[in-house]
Write a protein that binds this ligand. Structure first.
Ligand code: FAD
Length: 460
């Protein structure tokens, strides 16, 4: 490895998602020379805004919601001069649970009183446990080993007394983790829930994480960030990472890139396929093997108008019969055309992820029709994003922590390895696996790198 050239970047950021670009912005703002290497031909990573060809409407096929309880991303949106608009939530919600079609307002459908009591007890018990978990370091929680030795589903099965309560909690896992409850450690489910201050923080609109969408699409945050940076290189997948006493060398198809330090702001599991020289410490290497990505297909159907609003429906629905298990009204702020968003998650996503787009479309429209009637069968156009098919994401919304991962490997999640620093939504100390967490991790890692290299003159 050669000593970095004086004109070379001081810091290389791998990944032009919200985490990497936030870190690059903060370092650039204090005069550091930064290069961003991005594998895809676009910035934004797990945020992706598409303009649809037939109707011309813009839709987010990746992350989209932000809320007032998410200070990092909200502050960044303001700083970049972007605006948000409220999620449409007027009218009644719809639930299909165990074959019953129910209309309701708020979070919980009008189930029989004994079921509501069961759900209230179970969710309170779950949230009380969640409050005991330190979000930044779940492995230090009292009784962490026992909580991490069982799955969320084991806990649901043991403590829920009615099939409806089990169905609702499993829907929570699908909607919030894009996974089945059986794929998640209980400790992870609790810690993650704690990031939102409870179940409602993750699942409700007003005052919570689903309150707003970004005008122009969520990808515009990344685009604005990148526009302010001098050296963002697209189509530059990092294929090998080297470090020694003098600096780091990152190899892309265009050749080597040298710097003093590197920030790796990509989903940890993707780094399992990247050789490191010297090899990463065993705990870090095994951590990367143990963080599979969730399974989600985000499906959007565009209609001339939001016809469900005529029937007094909000467009928000939950269903324990897939493949679409959660829907929202995703129409633009002016209310036309009408856009229905359907999430396909966990086992439902696995059943469809290897099928053709046409087959996924047919299955998703059948679900929307079951919920909203015949009119849902005839959209002007549809689009979906099958995130498992995206090689530079590997799935979404984020990494899943199965049993044993937090307690066995948690300490390695953010600990720098020599000149290598870790960022990304998976490493967030707040709102892990959300856009807010990605931004927080970018801020945290920028401060970490500055502490290592100093604010002024370049030096190791
Ligand atoms: C369908 C879906 C819905 C979601 N909904 C929401 C939501 O409503 N609200 C919310 O807050 N969050 C949501 N999320 C999650 C949110 O989008 C992510 O947590 C966040 O965008 C992650 O940002 P990041 O920078 O950490 O990672 P990423 O966005 O994944 O960025 C990592 C970047 O690294 C690049 N990369 C990977 N490997 C390499 C390599 N070897 N070399 C160079 N570059 C590489 C990738 O191409 C990518 O651009 C959703 C995600 C999805 C997919």
């Amino acid at each position: 490895m050669t000593t970095p050239h004086p004109d070379a970047p001081e810091v290389i950021v791998v990944g032009a998602g919200l985490a990497g670009l936030t870190a690059a912005r903060r370092l650039t703002q204090v005069g550091r020379r930064v290069r961003v290497l991005e594998a895809r031909g676009r910035v934004g990573g797990r945020t992706h805004t598409l303009r649809l060809p037939v109707t011309g409407v813009s839709v987010d096929v990746g992350g989209q919601w932000v809320g007032p309880n998410q200070p990092h991303v909200m502050a960044l949106i303001r700083e970049l001069g972007l605006e948000v608009f409220p999620t449409y939530d007027a009218g009644q919600n719809l639930a299909l649970v165990l074959g019953h079609r129910l209309l309701y307002r708020g979070l919980i459908p009008p189930l029989p009183p004994h079921v509501l009591a069961d759900y209230a007890l179970l969710s309170r018990r779950f949230e009380a446990l969640a409050r005991r978990i330190p979000k930044e370091a779940p492995w230090t929680a009292p009784g962490a080993e026992a909580l991490d030795a069982q799955t969320f589903d084991t806990w649901i099965t043991r403590h829920a007394h009615t099939p409806q309560t089990r169905a609702l909690m499993r829907l929570y896992a699908g909607a919030v983790f894009s996974a089945d409850a059986g794929e998640l450690s209980l400790l992870h489910a609790l810690a993650y829930t704690a990031h939102g201050g409870g179940i409602n923080g993750h699942t409700l609109t007003r005052g919570n994480a689903l309150q707003d969408r970004v005008l122009g699409g969520a990808q515009s945050i990344a685009q604005r960030l990148a526009d302010g940076l001098p050296d963002v290189r697209l189509n530059s997948p990092v294929m090998r990472v080297e470090q020694d006493g003098a600096g780091v060398t990152l190899h892309t198809p265009d050749g080597p890139h040298h710097a003093l330090r590197a920030i790796l702001a990509v989903p940890p599991t993707l780094l399992s396929g990247v050789p490191f020289d010297p090899p990463l410490p065993p705990r870090r290497a095994q951590l990367q093997q143990r963080l599979p990505m969730g399974a989600v297909i985000k499906f959007l159907a565009v209609y001339e108008r939001p016809f469900w609003r005529d029937a007094g429906l909000s467009g928000m629905a939950i269903s324990d019969t897939g493949p679409v298990t959660v829907t929202f009204d995703n129409s633009p702020p002016q209310g036309a055309p009408g856009v229905l968003l359907g999430f396909i998650e966990g086992h439902d996503a696995r059943a469809l992820m290897d099928r053709s787009e046409e087959e996924r479309r047919g299955a998703a429209l059948a679900s929307l029709t079951r919920l909203f009637g015949e009119a849902a069968l005839f959209p002007l156009e549809t689009v979906d994003c099958n995130w498992a098919a995206e090689p530079y994401s590997g799935g979404c919304y984020g990494a899943l922590f199965g049993p044993g991962t937090w307690t066995g490997y948690g300490e390695a999640l953010r600990a720098p390895v020599g000149r290598l620093h870790w960022a990304g939504a998976e490493t967030a100390r707040v709102w892990m696996n959300y856009m807010d967490g990605a931004v927080e991790s970018g801020e945290r890692v920028a401060a970490e790198v500055l502490a290592a290299v100093g604010l002024a003159a370049a030096g190791p």
